[in-house]
Structures are given as structure tokens and as C-alpha cells.
Design a binder for this molecule. Sequence first.
Ligand code: PBG
Length: 323
Amino acid sequence: MIHRPRRLRTTPAMRRLVRETRLHPADLIWPVFAHEDLRAPRPISTMPGVFQYDLDSLARVAEQAVTAGVGALMLFAIPSDKDATGSAAKDPDGILAKAVRRVYDVTGDELPIIADLCLDEFTDHGHCGVLDSCGTVNNDQTLLHYQQMAVVLAQSGAHILGTSGMMDGQVGAVRTALDDHGAIDTSILAYAAKYASAFYGPFREAVESTLNGDRRTYQQDPANSHESLREVALDVAEGADIVMVKPALAYLDIVHQVRESVDVPVAAYVVSGEYAMIETAAAAGMIDRRAAIMEALTSVRRAGAGLIATYWAAQVATWIGES
Ligand code: PBG
């Protein structure tokens, strides 16, 4: 026998030598939730180990992120009051703008702040945009709200805006608004290929979503892949600096195809349901938690994502630092 692939697997050091894919803390984006009404962190029951934070505890989380060496913090915020147009999202004293400023005060340019740019946490109907009189999401009106929100978040200190609403033309609209206000260096992380996924279930509790129905008129059909390449190409043409695929684990084929099709950085988001599945199975003693997390994130990296958004970011960064 000439070919014995097992030779390269004989010892841990041999396996390390020929390993093709590694995770590095700097590649990890840590999504965190700020809540306007809290005085202390509150656990999110659908996402074991994930919390909503008040601004003081959020500041400590930002320090922890720097210590762990994670690549960036991604901020979501839940306001006290929601209304039809998501006014709090565009308020310079709203919770998201405040959270961005608070983190920036602590970590400055040491830790890129990605602010989520979408209305769904702020609207009383829970949709990612504003509704017309028939109750459907009005794409072009929504863009005007995103433009205002973009300027507020950039002026608050966000380095990157995560356009997650899946409105047509959102990247171009946001880029124009930023440039018109001198925010030429604020980057756009486009949720370029975002599917209407059942795996967002636990997140809806995390942001106390009031959504009735679904987002299938703006998020993508899970059955499609060419459509993702079209969405990604449009976002790059409109000025996206980074493109993201979401969810990640159920869409590794899309991650791979997107990586082959563009020359900007590609991110993938391991979403709340993907997180919860592993945590729940591990808590039930069915799988080895650490091994399952590392394997799942490595698969996303191997598929082609240079950046991975994951609720395990700090945990995994710490593990990598120890090993
Ligand atoms: C909406 C948004 C969602 C997530 C991030 N941004 C939910 C949705 O589209 O319904 C989901 C994240 C997760 O499940 O971890 N702007």
C-alpha cells in the first residue's frame, strides 16, 4: 500500500501541522443586546448563557471583548417604547445610539462597533420596515428611515453599520446618507444573503419581538441559492464593504458560493436557533459542548467565511487563548 492518509493523523502535533482551517479570536464577531429598562443583566431564556445588558454591564462586556481579543462587537438594542415607525431607532438619545456611545467611550477604536441597522426591535408591529395602509412593508419609505438611523449611529461612534433589514437598495441608500453627512469612513456590513429562517426563533425573544406573521416578502426563500449571488452582487455594487450570509450552519453551501463570487470580506452569522440547538443538546448530555461548538464554527470557516458572528465569540476566544 503506497497511500496511507492515516500517517498524517498519527499524533496531535501531526494533525496540527497539516490542519487547513483555524479559528482566531480576531475573526469572531460577538452579538450583544442592550436593554433600555434594565439595571442588571437579564438572562434570555431561549438562549442559555446569553443576556440582555444595561449600559453599565454592557461597558464591562466591551472590556471583556477586548481582553478576549474578539474581532468586533455587534450591538442590538431593545427600547422601552416601540411605535409604528420605530422612532427610537432614529433618536440620538435612543437606547441603540446610547449603547454605541457607551461602548465607544470604553473601547474607542480598539474594538470595531457594529451597530445593527434595522427597525424591527423598534416597531410595534415588529417588521423590519414601515408599513403602508394595506399593512405591507413599504420598501422605499423604509429606506428614508434607515438613512436617518445610519447618520445617528455613525455620529454616535459606530465603525460599521449592519444593514439587516433586507430592503432593496438599502446599502446604496445608507452609503449616500453617510457620505452626505461626512461619514465617509463608516463601513457597511451588508446582510446580503439573509434567509427567512425558522432558526431566528430564539432571537425574537431576545429582542422582545412583537411580530405577527413572517418576513417572507423581504427575507429570502431557503430553497434558493442563485438569488443569494444576485443579492450579494447588488450589495457590493451599492458599496457594501463586507457581505454576510445568515444563517450560517444550514447555509454553508451559500457561504462557499458567496466566497467564490466576491472580493470583499465574507461573514456568516451562526444564529440564535443554531446556538440554542447545540446548547440544549449539550445541556441534555447528548453532545460534548466544547467539541460541538468548535466543530460547528470550524465548518463555517472552512466553507469560506473569514468572519463569524457568534454568541460564543468570547467563550471561543478564551478557549483558543488557553490552547
Ligand atoms: C432582524 C434580525 C434578526 C436577527 C438578526 N437581526 C431576526 C429576524 O430577521 O427575524 C436574528 C439573529 C439570530 O437569530 O441570532 N433585524
